[in-house]
Design a protein around this ligand. Structure first.
Ligand SMILES: *[C@@H]1O[C@H](CO)[C@@H](O)[C@H](O)[C@H]1NC(C)=O
Ligand SMILES: *[C@@H]1O[C@H](CO)[C@@H](O)[C@H](O)[C@H]1NC(C)=O
Length: 416
């Protein structure tokens, strides 16, 4: 078994090296257009397809919070800040709320960091509630729809459930006042109370310049078969073991720590980004929540993402055919990972690599400053544009009220 696997793998690797040397001149031949369930939409230009009104809020909801902790600009939830900046100067912005299709409320709800830089969501519900109270009393638009034509960026672990522990997040559910709004969030898992229909799933923020600074020549062969760096056990938060990543990461380690095809470790080397460019497959197992910056990194570095996270909803899933680009392995099948990956036909691997080499694919994963056509900002706008026109039941009848302002944990109802 072991020997057979090795022969297979060597055969595969030698075949792959022929196909992987992508030179700039060959790039157009080596890439492939991307089309998702919404069609060939990654390169769509949202300008002219929607108008967004940006509420002007007191700076205590955004700029002041950022001033207190500039680290908010670099953590994986920074998209909420960059999206605000992007919209302020975007041609889709309108100053005339009467002609707006969408309303955006700039609240930096994840910019409350521990000394170690971990975002705490405990104040977010009160802050969000306070902001909604403000817009609903100062402008007539919230009351027209109770938020159904409003969108909010809520990139925290479990989105608008505003807790980093899954059980508590599920208990809380999505903040009641946001029930009708469109949520733009990194969290994506099917049949989960923290993801509701119509939400837009986005990639976590990963620093574009930092990644681009580590690009190596594209013709360097991919000599690593499977690559992964990260936690397998979270001893601090899960001392019993088995709960972290629903045991999937622990299983990767126990089954493959001694397998020569698997370059896996908890040690984060300085050559991490370069290593991903030398690997055929990059593991993207779930962590505490079912998304990971590793997916973004894998795409940027052309390493086929091996997604191990049952029921995950990946970013911009209606625009990007993730099934064709990546490999999806059920959590229960982790022990068979070696057999699964070594049995993928070479032409299938080459096709996935060509799809990954498509610049529009990489662009869609990034939030660059300044924004660029086709980047994640534009994909969010495209997603909002595809939801237009609003359904007629978005607008309430005169006197109709659906939301209940006194629902939710008592602690959340205190003023902020
Ligand atoms: C919106 O409705 C609330 C009551 O639900 C009311 O207090 C508020 O003044 C209304 N806003 C506007 C702008 O009329
Ligand atoms: C709103 O929610 C509170 C708390 O859950 C409940 O006591 C109250 O009856 C609700 N109001 C309406 C109008 O349903």
């Amino acid at each position: 078994m072991e020997a057979k696997m090795w022969i297979l793998a060597l055969l595969l690797l030698s075949l792959l090296f022929d196909g992987i040397g992508v030179r700039a001149a060959e790039l157009s031949r080596k890439t492939e257009r991307i089309s998702g369930s919404a069609g060939d939409v990654l390169e769509d230009d949202p300008v002219g397809r929607l108008k967004v009104f940006v509420y002007e809020l007191p700076s205590k909801y955004n700029k002041k919070i950022l001033q207190k902790d500039p680290r908010c600009l670099t953590h994986m939830f920074a998209a909420e800040i960059f999206m605000h900046r992007f919209l302020l100067s975007s041609p889709v912005r309108t100053l005339n709320a009467e002609e707006a299709d969408w309303f955006y409320t700039p609240v930096y709800s994840t910019c409350d960091l521990t000394p170690n830089g971990l975002p705490l969501p405990f104040k977010s519900p009160r802050m969000m509630r306070s902001a909604i109270q403000l817009i609903s009393t100062n402008w007539p638009y919230w009351n027209r729809t109770e938020g159904a034509d409003h969108f909010f960026v809520v990139p925290h672990d479990f989105g608008a459930c505003f807790h980093y522990q899954e059980e508590k997040a599920i208990d809380r559910g999505i903040l009641h006042l946001l029930q009708r709004a469109t949520l733009v969030q990194t969290f994506g898992q099917r049949n989960h109370v923290c993801l509701k229909d119509g939400s837009i799933t986005i990639p976590p923020y990963a620093p574009p310049q930092k990644m681009q600074a580590h690009l190596i020549p594209p013709d360097i062969p991919r000599s690593i078969f499977v690559y992964f760096r990260g936690l397998f056990y979270d001893v601090g938060n899960d001392p019993e073991g088995g709960y972290y990543a629903r045991g999937a990461r622990a299983s990767v380690w126990e089954n493959f720590k001694n397998n020569p095809l698997f370059d896996i470790s908890t040690e984060h080397p300085t050559t991490y980004y370069e290593d991903m460019q030398r690997a055929v497959f990059c593991l993207c197992p779930l962590g505490w929540a079912p998304w990971s910056p590793r997916l973004v990194e894998a795409v940027i570095f052309g390493c086929i993402p091996v997604v191990i996270a049952d029921d995950i909803v990946l970013p911009f899933a209606d625009a990007i055919p993730w099934e064709e680009i990546g490999v999806f392995v059920a959590e229960k099948d982790v022990p068979k990972l070696d057999a699964i990956l070594t049995s993928i036909p070479t032409e299938v691997i080459l096709r996935k690599q060509r799809l990954l080499a498509n610049p529009s694919m990489k662009q869609a994963m990034l939030f660059p400053q300044p924004a660029q056509p086709g980047d994640a900002f534009h994909q969010i706008l495209n997603g909002l544009a595809r939801k237009l026109p609003h359904h007629e039941n978005c607008f309430l009848k005169p006197g109709e009220k659906i939301l209940n302002w006194t629902t939710g944990p008592v602690g959340d109802l205190k003023p902020w």
